[in-house]
Design a protein around this ligand. Structure first.
Ligand code: PMP
Length: 360
């Protein structure tokens, strides 16, 4: 939307696209299966709902700006000091906070492409220059990422597992990469899907690399913990990084209903991680069914699968939509399909089975 006379708006707003959230679709039959946002298919646990209701009694009060209870629960859970934790309104809020802390015009931020859609948006908004490095196959090309670092680089984002391809880099590769990246660069390990990882060679960034002086690990309550609506994510890093990222948070960005739900979720983690295990099994069932049907599907460690379909992408998305199944289409490239409940996954597999793909 351009007005002829809006000199007060930054030029960058004319060039960056708006963030496109995953869609919901409804078939004429009334069926509506949402596999477009990598959400948990499970509703909140009763204990989490109780915590939410109790916290809601204080809606007239500002939240605890320091989120003391949640910070202490996270420190206990991950075995780190509290001063190594920063919170944000989702991990996307934390990405913006990290960029506020490190990026400015004249600096560069490096990340693989294709990766999480919010990276270009937030980097361009920060005023820094986005430097993208193509995936090799469907996976991060860590050598090329390291080579893209210059004197002007302030941060490198590594999304592990990668959204939308689901691929993950292994510990030895990541360690070698981190050894190569100079200390004037902050490496942000975006581990939004960490809990779904089953390959033991894919590292837990917090325990393996979180102590390094130029590494920050991002996690979220939106996926495995099922709190996407409440917007709460956390960062673990050395204290000087965590302190900077706490400073750049909009005051009270994580409200106390979200804080209470996150604390209750950590208390109920065993139950939530059982759900995650079910989703990880479903992921393999979905992938195996697709492979048996002749599709090419890269191995995935997240709660979604990736179909690189090029020109057929839009047609597949339309066929899915007709069946009441919302998937995430990247026009001309491919589709990302979240793993939902078994019947939801079956609805997607039906669409895939019936789709007349030329090069299958
Ligand atoms: N990182 C990645 C890789 C993601 O896919 C997402 C969500 N799609 C996020 C961060 C942000 O999630 P949230 O803000 O809900 O924590």
């Amino acid at each position: 939307v351009s007005e002829p006379n809006s000199p007060y708006l930054r030029d960058v707003l004319g060039t960056i696209p708006a963030y496109k959230p995953g869609r919901k679709v409804v078939a004429p039959s009334g069926r509506s299966v949402k596999l477009s946002s990598n959400e948990s298919p499970y509703g909140p646990l009763p204990s989490v709902l109780e915590a939410v209701a109790a916290a809601a009694a204080d809606l007239n009060r500002y939240p605890d700006a320091a989120a003391a209870e949640l910070t202490s629960a996270l420190a206990g859970r991950f075995g780190v000091d509290e001063d190594r934790i920063a919170l944000g309104a989702g991990s996307v809020g934390l990405l913006q906070q990290v960029l506020e802390a490190v990026a400015e015009p004249g600096t560069e931020v490096v990340y693989a492409w294709r990766s999480f859609e919010a990276y270009p948006l937030l980097v361009e908004l920060s005023g820094a220059t986005a430097v993208t490095v193509p995936l090799r196959g469907e996976t991060h090309d860590l050598d090329a990422l390291a080579e893209a670092v210059t004197d002007r680089t302030r941060a490198v984002f590594v999304c592990n597992p990668n959204n939308p391809t689901g691929t993950a880099v292994r510990e030895s590769e990541l360690a070698a990469f981190l050894d190569r990246v100079p200390e004037h660069v902050l490496v942000v390990l975006d581990e939004a899907y960490r809990e779904y990882v089953r390959d033991p060679q894919v590292p837990d960034g917090i325990t393996r690399f979180g102590d390094r002086p130029n590494v920050a690990v991002l996690r979220t309550f939106s996926k495995a913990y099922g709190l996407a609506a409440l917007r709460v994510g956390f960062l673990v890093a050395r204290p000087h990084i965590a302190a900077a990222v706490r400073k750049t948070m909009v005051p009270f960005a994580v409200n106390h209903v979200a804080q209470a739900a996150a604390v209750a979720s950590l208390a109920a983690e065993d139950e939530l991680l059982e759900r995650v295990a079910t989703t990880a099994k479903e992921r393999e069932r979905v992938r195996d069914a697709l492979l048996a049907d002749g599709w090419e599907v890269p191995p995935t460690e997240a709660n979604f699968v990736w179909l690189r379909m090029g020109e057929d992408t839009a047609a597949f998305a339309a066929a899915a939509e007709d069946a009441g199944v919302a998937v995430r289409a990247f026009p001309g490239e491919g589709l990302r399909i979240s793993v939902g409940a078994p019947d939801e996954n079956d609805a997607f597999l039906d669409v895939a089975r019936e789709f007349p793909r030329r090069n299958r």
